[in-house]
Design a binder for this molecule. Sequence first.
Ligand code: SF4
Length: 306
Amino acid sequence: MTLLTVEDLVVDHHTPGRPPVRAVAGASLTVEPGEVVGLVGESGCGKSTLARAVCGITAPTGGSVAFEGRPVRPLGLRRRDPALTRIQMVFQDPYASLNPRRRVGRQIADGVRGEATPGELLERVGLDADMAGRYPHEFSGGQRQRIAIARALAAEPSLLIGDEPISALDASAQAQVAGLMRSLAVESGAGLLFISHDLSVVRLIADRIAVMYLGKIVEIGRTAEVWDDPKHPYTRALLAAIPTPDGSGTLPAELPGDVPNPAAPPSGCRFHPRCPSAMDVCSVREPVPLGGVACWLYDAPGSAAE
Ligand code: SF4
């Protein structure tokens, strides 16, 4: 059975006195057991909002989320469907997600569902069992993120979600933590939805990559295919912007203009004001996803593809 199915998900953010902002505007993706799906895109593109809707924290405005065949529905501020504890999230800032006043072993023990002890869970993430008696401030950033992962594993999740879990870490810890999340998920048969703005790390760990732009998934496919032959102009720009070893080239180096305001997205294809390949149709009609790519270059009205 497909582990996670997100279908045409729409999520609006409401702020009193302001028009609603459509953070996710009709996104679809799936995650299979034992599969790693990387979700990439610039800050503010809706990745984290999608993750919160998947976990049942944020209510969708439209579309659906199903986990292990059951619909995911938020139950309110203080209640969560017990079945959803098998979805566990690892957040960007491990220090903020750990209680500084409690020993890490106790924090891990809070979530234990099975037989594993906090010490065993620490060993699974590459730390020593006797570190369970220490406090969060006694660890480095990378170690703290490992502790956050151990705490997520305590619930024996079948779906792990990493919401920018490496962006607060130094470069050497980034690849290690990303690789650790992949191996822990794959070994246990769990799925992993790994959200990042760093395509180069996602490439190392993901079986499939989904590229998100302004609330929409514009390209999705096997990692090697997307990497070797990116189709969507936005994916091409992301790849072109990957930092070089000398540190130059930061996202979105190749793109003119800023990410548009999600409260007033461009007409037609949302990428058209920044797209070097834009055609007349692009500002008028929204492209329909075809073969994992939402771009009129591959499905132009009047073309053979239509
Ligand atoms: Fe560019 Fe048009 Fe494709 Fe959008 S639909 S990415 S504007 S070519």
